[in-house]
Design a protein around this ligand. Structure first.
Ligand code: ZN
Length: 198
């Protein structure tokens, strides 16, 4: 799979979980198709990614990450961020957005965060804005750790789809390898920072 290492890594488990998935959605046709097949847009699984258009608009290596809109609606208010965002299409005129929330085992999910996802997806679809390609459909996906599913069970209905990291990694072990590679880079960065401060 085409899985380039990020040029720079951000700290934290959320980044280590999210970056390989965002990258594979953009650059691996087979992973993208598998992932979209888990959603309500399964009929469009064989689709193209619009990440380049988002990258051009955001001008960042981390084009997929922490996108938010300044907007007073219930979904956006307070600069609420989407962990991974991308737009895809099978037919160029029928684009769909995927809003992904990343929750690893060490993180927390609360109602206030969960309940923003669907209204925000609606807002970005119905009121197009400059940072993202216009689209006519949108879905929201919670990526979660199975270890925490009991804690988060009541919040699952706030997302259209739920996929566990364990499911992703069992089907796509290269993504777990990529997550582990990022963890190693994060540990090295931490050590060199600590050494510099000695
Ligand atoms: Zn809004």
């Amino acid at each position: 799979m085409n899985s380039p290492q990020p040029k720079t890594v951000k700290k934290g488990e959320e980044f280590a979980h999210a970056q390989p998935i965002a990258n594979a959605l953009a650059n691996s046709a087979s992973f993208r198709s598998w992932f979209v097949a888990q959603t309500q847009f399964f009929a469009d699984a064989d689709c193209q990614s619009m990440h380049q258009a988002i990258k051009d608009r955001r001008d960042s290596e981390f084009w997929w990450r922490h996108l938010y809109r300044v907007c007073p609606c219930d979904g956006c208010i307070g600069g609420r961020e989407v962990d991974i965002f991308n737009v895809f299409y099978k037919e160029p005129k029928d684009r769909f957005a995927v809003h992904i929330e990343v929750k690893h085992a060490g993180d927390d999910l609360d109602l206030d965060q969960a309940k923003r996802y669907k209204p925000r997806a609606e807002c970005w679809m119905k009121k197009p804005w400059k940072k993202i390609p216009p689209h006519s459909r949108a879905t929201t996906v919670l990526l979660y750790s199975k270890a925490r599913v009991d804690d988060w069970k009541s919040l699952l209905p706030h997302f259209h789809e739920h996929i566990s990291f364990e499911t992703i990694w069992s089907q796509h072990p290269d993504l777990l390898e990529a997550t582990n590679a990022i963890r190693s880079l994060q540990a090295e960065a931490k050590i060199s920072k600590a050494n510099r401060s000695l």
